[in-house]
Design a protein. Structure first.
Length: 342
């Protein structure tokens, strides 16, 4: 990479930008944060102040017209993200868009078509597939240390229910539920992990949903059993809006052993026979994954190689999330058709 920095702008300056994307951008010496945008002027101003960028704006079209901006990171809610992503690609910018890349496959495919036509690059923010811990898990699986078939157990509990203590968060998550249950949102990461780890594609999904309060617009607890073409199976649980959250699971069981991600210790562990192997990070896993994601985005921007995870992985993840929704809504297992295979 040359000494020249890449001019990057951020569109949507909410929670994930302030806590993760901006710190990653600001510590990367290959990047100049050129501009930030949020429709909420106070958020735009705050992100502008913290990043020290040239300007902040409430109008993303100003950013797209700026020739100093070579690439944009789109961190808006997923029902807003596709239109901004397509506008950015058409304006000649490479894009890192947050997950999920859309809330329907039709819209995600439209984004992918614009990506192809524009000749620009699109990376999708499946942040946690990056870095040494997921690489270790993938390597242990691919090298046969666990044997086959695998049983993958993923559990994600997030978004504590605290309407009085944190009304802004309550309203934001309630509104997110209006655009689909958690398996579309947090489930986007889980679906991507399953594709990454199994190196296969889902063929059958059974699922149940539970709305624990009548005012919730969608099931806030989602569970699914997923069968993959290669014979692996997965059990997925995602729960939002409980007053107390259990610890999540990330375990991979095979006839040869057990591997797991210990999120609280920032480590991946393999147990086979008498042997235990560990890969441990010396820093917070989330921070490390956001840094690795940005490094890859910059590499793709320079090399012009197709980003992974890109629109292909984004659409595959969404197909699985939406199959889970269909199975929850109908009460019947869903067979994923040939067309569902990316
Ligand atoms: N990769 C990850 O680990 C991760 C983690 C959390 C959230 N996310 C994703 O990031 C996205 C944002 O999540 P969040 O928690 O920061 O939400 P948020 O609601 O806190 O932030 C979204 C921001 O986008 C702004 N916005 C909406 N429409 C806009 C527009 N047209 N132009 C400019 N700004 C606009 C909103 O005002 C808000 O500030 C979601 O898609 C979410 O799924 C990813």
């Amino acid at each position: 990479m040359s000494n020249r920095t890449v001019g990057i702008a951020v569109i949507g300056c909410g929670d994930i930008v302030m806590t993760q994307h901006l710190p990653a951008l600001m510590e990367n010496s290959s990047v100049t944060v050129t501009a930030v945008c949020d429709t909420d002027p106070l958020r735009a101003e705050k992100a502008g102040m913290i990043s020290g960028c040239a300007y902040h704006t409430t109008d993303y079209l100003r950013i797209l017209a700026d020739t100093q901006v070579e690439a944009v990171i789109v961190c808006t809610p997923p029902w807003v993200t596709p239109d901004i992503t397509m506008d950015a690609l058409r304006a000649g910018k490479d894009v890192l868009c947050e997950k999920p890349m859309a809330t329907s496959v039709t819209m995600a495919e439209k984004v992918a078509a614009v990506e192809r036509q524009s000749g620009r690059l699109l990376q999708v923010g499946f942040t946690y597939r990056h870095g040494p811990l997921m690489d270790a898990l993938q390597d242990w699986i691919a090298s046969g240390r666990l044997g086959r078939p695998l049983q993958i157990r993923l559990g994600i509990y997030d978004e504590v229910w605290d309407p009085e203590g944190n009304p802004e968060h309550y309203q934001r998550i309630l509104n997110t539920l209006r655009h689909g249950p958690p398996c579309i949102h947090d489930g986007a990461h889980a679906a991507d992990h399953l594709a990454f780890l199994t190196n296969s594609h889902p063929i059958r999904v059974a699922a149940l949903g539970l709305a624990t309060r009548p005012e919730f617009p969608a099931a806030n607890y989602n569970s699914a059993l997923i069968e993959f073409a290669n014979g692996d199976q997965a059990k997925l649980e995602i729960g939002w809006f409980y007053p107390h959250l259990p610890a999540g699971e990330f375990q991979i069981l095979g006839p040869g052993g057990l591997a797991y991600l210990d999120r609280s210790n920032n480590e991946a562990v393999l147990k086979t026979g008498e042997v235990t192997e560990r890969v441990q990070l010396s820093e917070d896993r989330v921070r490390s994954c956001f840094r690795a994601q940005l490094t890859k985005f910059l590499d793709y921007h320079q090399s012009r190689r197709t980003p992974v995870p890109g629109s292909r992985e984004g659409i595959a993840s969404l197909r699985l999330s939406l199959a889970i929704v269909e199975a929850m809504d109908t009460g019947n297992p869903v067979d994923m058709k040939q067309g569902d295979i990316m």
